[in-house]
Design a protein around this ligand. Sequence first.
Ligand code: DC
Length: 223
Amino acid sequence: MTPSIIAIDGPAASGKSTLGLRLAGALGYLFFDTGVMYRAVTWLALQRGLDPRDEDAVTSLAEKTPIEVAPASTSDGRACDVSVEGQDITWETRLPHVEANVSVVSAYRGVRRALSDQQRRIGLRGKVVMVGRDIGTVVLPDADLKIYLDASAEQRATRRYHELLLRGANADYAEILAKVVERDRIDSTRDVAPLKAADDAIVIDSDALNADEVFKQALALCQ
Ligand code: DC
């Protein structure tokens, strides 16, 4: 039987969202990228002039503000729509000042609790591919299929570098690699829900695989 609740975890830029989106499309499931919720809280905190290091203030914001994540309503390259209080903030969540502060915000216990509760409610409805860092370990420990998508820091930095070049942006490989390594360090050493593969996750190492090959392997696991 096709698994109904599918969890995909892994480090930054390992290709989780690309895989999750394709898998959800192939199965007719909802694609849910949980990273956007941490980004949304970070954006909102900065927008309100809060200091991201003020754990109490940021936590209370996360507890009070519902974050809506819905299937993409426009084909402008987005994987889903993200909105708070009726405002579409999908692209705002990708801004560099959000990127620079999201690791701090996502390490707060209260923020994680508030967002994990929202994620769990959506995940338990089933027919979902949920992507993040702690989906198989904390949010949906009873998921029917858990995939941990891994890749070396060098490979992930190389992919980010080429993505940026393709978009015509300036890119510095050494700088990108340093950021990837730093994000890994913060995500995997935090006290609450650190990035790690669940004991029953199937690990796919994508260093030697392209996106199509990763997708085929994951789809085979679903069938
Ligand atoms: O996947 P992403 O780059 O959009 O994630 C943004 C940040 O949120 C990143 O620092 C890790 C964190 N995150 C998390 O802690 N738990 C999740 N389930 C998803 C993302």
